[in-house]
Design a protein around this ligand. Structure first.
Ligand SMILES: Cc1ncc(COP(=O)(O)O)c(C=O)c1O
Length: 559
């Protein structure tokens, strides 16, 4: 029996292009606007499931299409294309059935093509958890590009890669050395693995209210202290670069770790582009890390939630990584995410010598233009002199001298100039430059900052601004009553914030920025920590993780 599509009067022509051809409208390609209109009309008048006309859509011109055909597709992208082109009578998931039942409210936004290619684990598409076809080939090519002995594609972001890396290196009761300003995924990794954390307090700059990385001497001290106590170290965990682009000396830390036979995990979520330009720092793997986790979706161009876990050498058991990843990830991984990783890898591979030239030139140009604007500063490595580098594509602007909080400044930039930043702190806002950064958008940014500078000279500091411009009293009195895992599973009670002093915290409370958790499950709540939290909350800082984000109450463990 033929495909249901044949009964409704049009044929599929994937073999010769990216579009379906309509009998009744023999125009090879329909442009995007027409397509949206067609979909909208069609969805209004057709009965459910009738996709006549809808699959004939494409915003690719015949010229583009020819170029795409002549171009050898990356392995998983090619496999997905071929599989979608099969015109199969599909009796499998997902229920939108290759777009036949795609909801029109969404296809009006994204078109049908994502649905056509949203396929499950069909034999020709390989299996993420036992790859032997296009996924294996795509992962091998990624490993080659990023200098790994093996690479795993991730559909749960770097979050699941970090969790797998910690679970693969630390068994319950093993110690893990990690910076206190690690991402929440590292804390959840500690909870999942049952590892015992030994925190290193990162360097902190109170003028900027920004935390840096950790130094080799801090790592050395932590290893030595655990060694003296006879405690086993499962792994050392480093975040490099940080959200603000500050890089730790991974080469020296990996050398140190390996001299103690300890694997080094690097959270390189913000550094998938490292090593692809002479002005970019070297990648963590290049510097000797055993495991590096990169959010390919952050600076490179894969779809949100897709990441990669890279391994180098054999200090870590690769089979254990596979088991951990299968435990943590969905059994229905999205092929759109997986293929987007393959495509992002190919995009870099094809032009790796020059691909970041333009982005770096724009970022450098922006920095020198911003530095000429009165009362606005740009974060550079002189604020963190013990660290080797800062990512040139992360531009962090200081607003302290403007008499405006960064929140106020960011609001004006967004509302009046259409400029949207990546991260806003009390004293700074951070802009992420990338392969898609547009010159005219940089001009809007510069115009917006000039405007902020002008109004700051005419405007008196508001009370709100003054409050935000004051530096914070930092806290560092940390003691642990339970391990994070014990605290996570303990019964808990909500108590008033003032009554919580001396009790064991049942949740993770982290103001962002600077992104250093003030309380981690299992820690004894101290007066210093509470005062710090109340101080940052009064500055309008977002408190993440707390069940009561206003901080009038907090969860404590019943012990
Ligand atoms: C330093 C750091 N590590 C890990 C992650 C988690 O990455 P993902 O969003 O890809 O899960 C983030 C996310 O922002 C991060 O900033």
């Amino acid at each position: 029996m033929g495909s249901p599509l044949h009964h409704i009067g049009f044929s599929l022509s994937f073999g010769s292009g990216w579009s379906f051809k309509l009998y009744e409208r023999p125009k090879a390609y329909i442009r995007q606007n027409e397509y949206y209109m067609a979909v909208g009309r069609m969805r209004d008048v057709k009965k459910p499931g009738d996709i006549k006309g809808s699959v004939s859509t494409d915003n690719v011109t015949s010229h583009d299409s020819e170029k795409v055909q002549n171009y050898k597709l990356p392995p998983l992208v090619g496999a997905l294309k071929a599989s979608a082109a099969k015109n199969a009578a599909s009796f499998h998931f997902p229920g939108h059935n290759r777009g036949h039942a795609a909801p029109s409210s969404f296809t009006q936004l994204i078109g049908l093509r994502p649905y056509l290619h949203d396929l499950p684990e069909l034999p020709e598409l390989d299996n993420l958890f036992s790859p032997e076809g296009p996924i294996l080939e795509a992962q091998k090519r990624a490993a080659e590009l990023f200098g790994a002995s093996e690479t795993w594609f991730l559909v749960g972001g770097s979050t699941c890669g970090i969790q797998a890396a910690v679970m693969a290196t630390c068994s319950p009761g093993d110690n893990i050395i990690l910076p206190r300003n690690c991402h929440i995924s590292a804390i959840s990794a500690v909870i999942l693995s049952g590892a015992v954390p030994k925190y290193i307090m990162p360097d902190y700059d109170s003028d900027w209210d920004i935390a840096g990385g950790i130094t080799p001497s801090q790592a050395k001290k932590a290893i030595k202290e655990l060694d003296i106590e006879g405690d086993k170290v499962g792994a050392v965990f480093v975040v490099s670069p940080t959200y603000h682009g500050i890089c730790s000396n991974v080469a020296e830390i990996s050398h140190l770790c390996h001299s103690h036979n300890i694997p080094l995990i690097v959270d390189e979520a913000h550094g998938a582009h490292f090593g692809f330009h002479r002005l970019l720092p070297n990648s963590a793997l290049f510097q000797g890390a055993d495991l590096a986790i990169q959010s390919t979706h952050k600076v490179l161009c894969s779809l949100t939630q897709s990441s990669m876990l890279h391994m180098s050498g054999d200090l870590v058991d690769r089979d254990r990584i596979c088991r951990c990843l299968q435990t943590l990830q969905s059994s229905s991984p999205s092929y759109l995410l997986l293929a987007s990783l393959d495509a992002a890898r190919a995009q870099v591979s094809e032009n790796k010598q020059i691909i970041f030239d333009n982005a770096i030139e724009l970022a450098m140009g922006a920095k020198s233009a911003i530095l000429k604007i009165p009362n606005i500063s740009v974060l550079d490595i002189t604020s963190f002199p013990q660290f080797p580098a800062i990512d040139p594509l992360r531009v962090t602007i200081g607003t302290k001298q403007l008499g405006l909080s960064a929140f106020e400044g960011d609001d004006i930039l967004s509302k009046d100039f259409g400029v949207v930043s990546e991260l806003v702190g009390t004293q700074s806002m951070t802009l992420a430059f990338n392969l898609g950064t547009q010159r005219e958008h940089v001009s809007s940014l510069i115009s917006g900052l000039k405007h902020l500078s002008t109004i700051s000279t005419t405007k008196n500091c508001t009370n709100h601004s003054k409050n935000n411009c004051e530096s914070l009293t930092h806290f560092d009195d940390i003691s642990m009553g339970l391990s994070p895992r014990e605290a996570f599973f303990a019964h808990k009670t909500k108590v008033g914030i003032k009554d919580s002093i001396g009790q064991i915290c049942g949740e993770l409370v982290c103001p962002y920025p600077p992104g250093i958790p003030v309380l981690i499950p299992g820690e004894v709540i101290s007066e210093g920590a509470l005062n710090y939290l109340l101080q940052v909350r009064s500055k309008g800082v977002v408190i993440s993780g707390a069940s009561d984000h206003l901080l009038s109450s907090i969860l404590v463990c019943n012990v």
